[in-house]
Design a protein around this ligand. Sequence first.
Ligand code: KG4
Ligand code: ZN
Length: 441
Amino acid sequence: MRMMVVVTALLPRTTGFSAAAVRTTARKHARRCVTARAERVGKPKAMYRPTSPSYPLTEMDEPRALSGLPDRSRPFTVLGIETSCDDTAAAIVRSDGTIVAEAIMPQHEVHAKFGGVVPSLAKEAHQEAIEAVVAQVLQRAGLESARELDAISATVGPGLEICLRVGARKAAQLASDFELPFVGCHHLEGHCLVARLAEPCRFPFLSLCVSGGHSMIVKCEGVGRYQVLGGTLDDALGEAYDKAARMLGLDMKGGGGPELERVAREGNPTSVPLPVPMKKRKDCDFSYAGLKTALKLQIEKKRHDAGLVDEEEPLPDQDVADLAASFQHVAITHLEDRLAYAFDRVRADDAFQSDQGRPQLALVGGVASNAEVRRRVSLLCDRAGWDLVVPPPKLCTDNGVMIAWAAIEKLHLGFSDAIDDEVYPRWPFRPPASVAAPALP
Ligand code: KG4
Ligand code: ZN
């Protein structure tokens, strides 16, 4: 057990005030700030949070509980709110890993007829849904009000600024009204850490996080201690799935990725020649823009071969299925290539070669809910001698559980944030330069 001194950073050590008095004053101040902000018209441009999450980068760093801590001598319950993109989600999770209740209001239908997520529509949908989603999760947990919770958390970055604000404001208000500890979570940290809720997953582990906004391989050394080994150079994998689905004329109402996966089951994955991205580049970065363009050309070729001139006239179903299956096949081959480099890169790292078992890879993010992605990554892990940890599909796509759980991990270590509804749309998931991973030769 790591010993850590829990301090309330708001407590001036030289004054005679009690910690409780200082916390109460701070909460009153926070409540005023939240209300004032909510009333302010035209907020200043969103802040850029310059470093990775604000908790330990070394085991020596002192935890800071800026809005207090729950009683950690017994299981405590945390509400997590997620509104960073196009899902309004909330969940109540207990610190022993029990998911007490979940609620989610997805927005696929709102955005289906546009070329992607429309931020203003997403914000409106979050605003319409947030009260109902939070009320629903409390009711499902059998709680009369948020007063019965032990802490509140929300995603505060990265994501769409005006969407993040809806969840962050609601969470800050609840924390302030009921004088509860507040934790502002990093969205990608939520994706990565939820692997530890689903199955035993010990630090350090590698995480392949594939979502609508990111494809990245992260070395997770501890809570708040992450090294990005490689990331998205252009389109993220989920974004590529969505664009491919749209180009193929698929129904986007349930989400492009899931629909492409469904259609691909009927197709031949090696029938359409598509190039595997970055074959010559020996690193862990991802690029899907070229594959998307190659798919577009193959769609045009098939249309031409079939003599289709009218844009409204669809390709035969089998052609669509073959194109979808071939796209998915190559997209996953690119994942496999990058993972193989990542495995090589940590091969000499003693921490991954412990006697506690094989090294572990967590597959997380929305695309990790795809059965073919799970199957192929699992085979690769078997061949390489790695164990694969994959959360159940509903914990891969955006959800409130991952945010509540990330908060629980931080609270366990003695961290909480000041009650504040500030958000960080461009919050990088990278350590300061001094501890960044060395570049590959
Ligand atoms: O993590 P997530 O829910 O939200 C972001 O953080 O972006 O990921 C959403 C992305 C979308 O692009 C969606 O199309 C993709 O994940 N996705 C899938 C599947 N389910 C969701 N992609 C492929 N196959 C799926 N079954
Ligand atoms: Zn996500």
